[in-house]
Design a protein around this ligand. Sequence first.
Ligand SMILES: [Zn+2]
Length: 314
Amino acid sequence: MRQKRAKAYKRLMHAYCVTFGFRQPYQVLLDAAFCESIARSGIDVEKQLETVLQGNCKPMITQCCISELYALGPSGQHVVDMAKNFERRKCNHREAIPGDECLTSVVGTTNPHRYIISTQSEPLRNHLRSNVPAVPVMHVKRGVTVMEPMSEVTKEKKESMETQSLAPPPSSIPAPPPPTASTSTDPTSKSTAPPPKKKPSGPKAPNPLSVKKKKVVAPPPTAGKGKGKESVKRKRDEEVEVTKKKAEEKKDEEDDGEGPLKVNIIGGDGEAGGEAGEGAGGRKKKRRRKRGKTVAGAGAAEEAEGEGSGEDSE
Ligand SMILES: [Zn+2]
């Protein structure tokens, strides 16, 4: 096959694949006369078709067409032998009808099974060319298998399909405004409608990084044992107040370099009364000193720790 024609056929089949969903192996339906012509040339059919279409091919023949070949008698035996290797396409014609009619009915008006029709019948080719889009047609001309250029109906169909695919799908088109009943009865609904659209663009709450952090006061560990929620809450509030007061007192007292203890007092001395503040502070200081003294002995340190914690929790 000439280079130029090969290129043209390749482009043609590519267009059929892209636009109309043709796939390899291409299903090629051959009529009786085409089989005869190609058998005369002596070339392997599949190879010939694949040379023209430049892809894998599956030669097929309908029941009606092969019975036409049988009708040729002994002279057409070699053609029958060749056609027997093709895949048989069930056309469901009980009595064999002329090949042209059979292929016409198989292709229908839209060629749903994406057949490529190989026929020597001029009337059939004319019919397909002018009536059925998306049917590649082949025939043998002076011993050469040729493919017809894309027909006008096929081109029109291709263009309409391409413009369809370029147009935005119906889902992306903005939905029509809500029912007129709501807009007509409520004039403010129009002004209130836009906000929901804008919602996703901005944050709902203020930027958490720009907001001052809330002070978290640790709840007293012994609060809320077997008491109602109400009373527990009230008690907790009182305790928090007391703790705050105490903390302030501690602060004044511990200005001489005992800062870190403050945290301990707030956390652990929840149950202690306001008047015990001074005493507790004193104890703490003592404990600190004690611990410092007994660093050498681990056992002693543990003892001191136990004593201290015991005093604190009570
Ligand atoms: Zn048939």
